[in-house]
Design a binder for this molecule. Structure first.
Ligand code: FES
Ligand SMILES: [Fe+2]
Length: 339
């Protein structure tokens, strides 16, 4: 079961070129994305009303999409506007239209049964404004459920084990306790980890000790807004959360979004973004490379975990640890949003 009356990420703007029909399966639904003559992105059910041929094998005609099996023509609202060889267009000659919103290079869709709520589109930094931000984007397909990926993103204690190599993370990440704030639509975590060294390419001088602040929101249905920052060692406030006054060695934005393909497969979108400046392109290249290595480490572990879960008898229950409390809260919120 999915939370449906929420926005999910469909992809990056540049993955939807003009004159192309892009097919994706999300939440168990096949969708055909294309751009109208004005460049507006549209998503229709990728299943012709006639004999269920995929519209993604069709062709774009102005603002409309033609099925290239027997030629039915659909408007960007999903209404059939022409049936070759007959004048009568029956009422059921239509396909579902999904609301799509493109914002600063991020593409979101709504697959709910309620009216799309345009006030709840996740706020992310632009990935298509190079004059203001240097940005890198990507995605990975996981043979794993979105729940397992969200649980991973809600518990950074795994950094000390899964990301020992990529992030140079040590057990301080397990010992430090985040300050948690429960939001209307997710969770905010804020904490400091002291005396770390940034991996090469992340910023700062080689071997320099830094205090790292991890501040993020994890929002329904699986949207991460992470503001990673690092400061010279000794800068972390005694309280263990909140800002400090020192000059940052690193101060970036890392936006991610998990979209279920189906119950056992997910697409994991990620970005690394920094304010444009003298060295920002080189910096974002370095940071993104480190992050990609870390994401590959997560994928290896989570896909293997999914395989074990699939081979575990249903009566076996997972054991909870102290650090799992944010996962429990978030899963409860998701359950509420799925009803
Ligand atoms: S399947 Fe599309 S027109 Fe026949
Ligand atoms: Fe991770």
């Amino acid at each position: 079961m999915y939370a449906r009356n929420v926005w999910y990420m469909a992809g990056w703007s540049h993955e939807f070129p003009a004159d192309a029909i892009v097919s994706h399966s999300y939440l168990g639904e096949r969708m055909a994305f294309y751009r109208t003559s004005a460049g507006e992105l549209v998503a229709l059910e990728d299943r012709c009303a006639h004999r269920f041929a995929p519209l993604s094998l069709g062709c774009i005609e102005g603002d409309n999409l033609r099925c290239m099996y027997h030629g039915m023509l659909f408007s960007s609202d999903g209404e059939c506007v022409e049936i070759p060889g007959q004048d009568l267009i029956p009422k059921q000659a239509k396909v579902r239209k999904f609301e799509v919103v493109e914002r600063s290079g991020w593409v979101w869709f709504w697959a709910g049964d309620k009216q799309a709520d345009f006030t709840t589109i996740p706020e992310m930094l632009p990935v298509d404004e190079p004059e203001s931000y240097s940005a890198r984007t990507g995605y990975l397909d996981y043979a794993a459920s979105h729940q397992l990926i969200s649980a991973n993103l809600l518990d950074f204690s795994h950094l000390a084990f899964v990301h020992r190599d990529s992030f140079n993370a040590d057990q301080e990440w397990t010992n430090a306790k985040p300050e948690r704030q429960v939001l209307k639509n997710g969770i905010q975590l804020d904490w400091w980890v002291r005396n770390q060294t940034l991996p090469p390419g992340m910023g700062g001088k080689e071997g320099e000790l830094v205090d790292q602040r991890a501040l993020y929101q994890y929002l329904i249905p699986g949207v991460l807004r992470l503001m990673p920052s690092s400061y010279p060692a000794g800068s972390a406030p005694l309280s263990g959360s909140g800002p400090c006054n020192a000059e940052p060695v690193l101060d970036d934005f890392n936006g991610q979004a998990v979209t279920p393909i189906d119950e056992k497969n997910s697409r994991y979108f990620f970005s690394w973004i920094t304010a444009a400046g003298e060295n920002s392109e080189a910096h974002v290249d370095g940071a993104f490379k480190v992050a990609c290595a870390a994401f590959a480490e997560d994928k290896r572990m989570i896909e293997a975990q999914q395989s074990v879960v699939d081979h575990t008898p249903p009566e076996r229950r997972m054991m909870a640890m102290l650090g799992d409390s944010s996962i429990t809260i978030f899963e409860r919120m998701m359950k509420g949003a799925s009803q």
